[in-house]
Design a protein around this ligand. Sequence first.
Ligand code: RP5
Length: 164
Amino acid sequence: MKKVGIIMGSDSDLPVVEKAIKTLESLEIPFEVHVYSAHRTPEQAKDFAVSARENGFGAIIAAAGKAAHLAGALAANTTLPVIGIPIKSSTLDGLDALLSTVQMPSGIPVATVAIDGAENAALLAAQIIAVSDSALAEKLDNRRSSASANVLAKNAAISEQYNK
Ligand code: RP5
């Protein structure tokens, strides 16, 4: 199975990124986690992206806050799909990172999830890998069925309480 690369701009992003790690683990998808910054270690970030395809990756998740150029900088150096997680790590509550990540110029796409949306980033990476992996696609279907069942159980409990 292709690996997912998880790159974060700083280890201070880890509390959010851990949700993506746990989600990939729960789906038994292989991954690597690295701290590479678009600004502080631009060469290492570029090297990772340039060699990611030949190193067995199928998708890259990039988490960064503030002037968050990491996802775009990685996407500039690979045609693998790059998923950006804008991190809420500044006085601007993540809006700065959201706009920096989502507003890519034509030709270099970044699929941007919500501010701190690490679980969805992992699920989107999983769905990308699952395009050519039917066993993983089945796991994703099962996960959705289980989430639906949870909501229906909550509806039943609320209905029991209020809808006499
Ligand atoms: C960004 O700046 C990082 O992704 C992090 O969200 C933010 C703050 O980094 P630290 O100063 O905590 O290392 O590049």
